[in-house]
Design a protein around this ligand. Structure first.
Ligand SMILES: Nc1ncnc2c1ncn2[C@@H]1O[C@H](COP(=O)(O)OP(=O)(O)OP(=O)(O)O)[C@@H](O)[C@H]1O
Ligand SMILES: [Mg+2]
Length: 268
């Protein structure tokens, strides 16, 4: 792992295995439109961890998620899942985007079934998996609603349910809660951790919001500058389960302050 900065934060003993990473990004280069977007990026994501990726706009976070999703092929280097090279998208890795990816003309249940239809799951199984995912995100009773009848937070739940219905091993969250109000965001963050833990998912969660990263993450990776340079990797010391009020505690705010300074320092 490229680590250029050094900051001192309290370390927690990692409860995840360091030895068998789920995802490995190994010396990845990506060029798009004649420009180098990622350069020599290395990253390991451990099984069942929530790894938060934070960094300024344009530093390459979405590009890196796209590489892991198999939507972009690196010009050199590789991304692997369980030691197998990722050569394209697959149902074991799903992405949730910032914008709602729900189709306005489909009811909630059909939106959630959409990804299952795409991978050829038969109808009865589609319906039962969709029901389960809708229940997991707390939308039971709203199966027949159209997206326009839902709040922004509910639409994000539909998005997540669509991803969960596929029963992925890895979820790639690209600033999914960026457009939500603070209270809805707090709620969805807590829900997401419960869901990710119960489903034993491995998560890469991209966010602009350092508070969100520290609340959700087992580790926070700070990307800085351009070309996806990885500046810091921080083990988040707060035990789980974490409640929203953690954000208002002194140790949380202290770590947030230390990291903010580190990020601002690296941007100078
Ligand atoms: N298809 C493309 N063709 C050319 N350049 C691209 C393409 N996709 C992204 N880029 C450029 O790559 C850089 C990184 O983009 P990326 O979307 O990965 O950043 P990001 O960190 O996700 O930013 P944000 O926080 O704003 O979402 C940007 O300079 C962007 O303009
Ligand atoms: Mg992005």
């Amino acid at each position: 792992m490229q680590m250029e900065g050094s900051i001192t934060v309290p370390r927690s003993k990692s409860r995840k295995s360091e030895h068998n990473p789920k995802i490995v990004v190994n010396d990845v280069y990506v060029a798009l439109g004649g420009r180098d977007i990622l350069e020599a990026v290395d990253l390991k994501v451990l099984p069942h961890e929530i790894l938060c990726l934070i960094g300024a706009s344009g530093c390459g976070k979405t590009t890196l998620l796209n590489v892991i999703a198999g939507l972009i092929q690196p010009s050199s280097g590789s991304a692997t899942m369980d030691d197998r090279i990722i050569i394209g998208p697959g149902p074991e890795r799903v992405m949730v985007f910032q914008e709602d990816a729900v189709f306005p003309w489909l009811r909630v249940s059909k939106n959630v079934e959409y990804g299952l239809r795409a991978i050829g799951v038969p109808r009865a199984e589609r319906e039962s998996r969709a029901r389960k995912a809708i229940d997991t995100v707390g939308l039971t009773g709203r199966e027949n609603a159209f997206p326009r009848e839902l709040s922004g937070g509910m639409r994000k739940r539909v998005d997540l349910a669509r991803a969960l219905a596929v029963e992925p091993e890895v979820v790639l969250m690209d600033e999914p809660y960026a457009a939500l109000d603070a209270i809805t965001k707090d709620k969805l963050q807590v829900e997401f951790v419960h869901i990710a833990e119960a489903a034993l998912m491995t998560t890469v969660f991209v966010t602009h919001d350092l508070e969100e990263a520290l609340f959700l993450g087992d580790r926070v990776v700070v990307m800085a500058g351009s070309r996806g340079r990885i500046e810091e990797v921080v083990e988040v010391p707060f035990p789980r389960p974490r409640e929203t009020k953690l954000k208002r505690t002194a140790p949380f705010q202290e770590l947030r302050g230390i990291l903010t300074e580190a990020i601002e320092g690296s941007a100078r």
